[in-house]
Ligand binder design. Structure first.
Ligand SMILES: [Zn+2]
Length: 277
């Protein structure tokens, strides 16, 4: 794991063992607001210790952007704080599949034995949800598409948007919905934040936000076109593996897991949906 400061009050923690997934801590006078917590127990405990030693502050709020394990598991490292805030669909998803997928993760890697699943306790399902901490305001907005439950956390005073996986180095929609994700990316573009902390990969700064979002939007347009084209030409699923990431305007990014595999899964998911229609 490595960490950096996005601003005086914002710390960013990135896993170098799992797809450059990010967790964020924002310092306020009333305590620390933590957004997501990385997958591996030792990384999460390191974050908890780091924050305690460096700031001496208590935790104010724990927020989950969505139910995927690489954002959720580390939350166990903050056992003294009973409340976890998320979208209602995140709570439902974790109740539904959380324990089973944790068991699976433990089978694959015993390191997950020490994780206990944190189920969200404070949720919202319509409109927006505000977290006020000292003189800072965090506006939680529903940004579905990557998953149905994904939310963003907009730190109003600094116009920093923490997007969860609504924005990531390769947009992934296999567990979500293509059209919703397109709408979400357009909404974020219109919101025009100063800084975006994406779910995976590096921080996106002011001057590059519109360009990067446009690139992600046209990437997803291309994914759709490629799926439709393959189906129309009567080519089989196998042929989709030959469509490169570069064809759709993205470079291979060092996510640690195969970029090409994620990209292929995106096209296949659209192909299967179109075929079923
Ligand atoms: Zn995710």
């Amino acid at each position: 794991m490595f960490w950096e400061r996005v601003s005086e009050e914002i710390y960013l923690f990135t896993s170098d063992r799992y797809a450059l997934v990010n967790a964020v801590a924002i310092l306020t006078r009333e305590g620390i607001v933590v957004v997501d917590a990385l997958p591996f127990p030792d990384e999460a405990q390191q974050i908890a210790r780091f924050l305690q030693m460096r700031t001496g502050l208590d935790i104010h709020s724990l927020i989950l952007t969505h139910y995927h394990m690489d954002h959720v598991y580390g939350m166990f490292a903050f056992p003294d704080y009973p409340n976890v805030i998320a979208h209602e669909l995140c709570r439902q998803k974790l109740l539904e599949v959380g324990q089973a997928s944790l068991e699976e993760a433990r089978q694959a890697d015993p390191i997950f034995e020490s994780v206990t699943l944190r189920i969200p306790t404070l949720t919202f399902d319509t409109g927006e949800f505000f977290v006020n901490a000292g003189d800072k305001t965090f506006r939680l907005l529903h940004l579905p598409g990557h998953t149905p439950d994904n939310i963003g956390v907009f730190f109003e005073q600094q116009e920093v948007l923490i997007t969860g996986d609504a924005v990531m180095a390769i947009p992934i929609i296999v567990d979500g919905d293509w059209a919703q994700e397109m709408e979400t990316l357009r909404r974020i573009k219109a919101l025009s934040p100063e800084t975006i902390v994406q779910g995976h990969g590096e921080v996106i700064l002011r001057g590059e936000i519109q360009v990067v979002l446009d690139r992600y939007i046209s990437y997803l347009e291309c994914v759709y076109e490629q799926a439709a084209k393959t189906l129309k030409a009567g080519r089989d699923r196998q042929s989709i593996r030959e469509i490169s990431l570069e064809t759709c305007g993205l470079e291979r990014v060092p996510l640690g897991i195969a970029s090409h595999r994620l990209h292929t899964a995106n096209i296949l998911s659209i192909y299967d949906k179109l075929k079923a229609q």
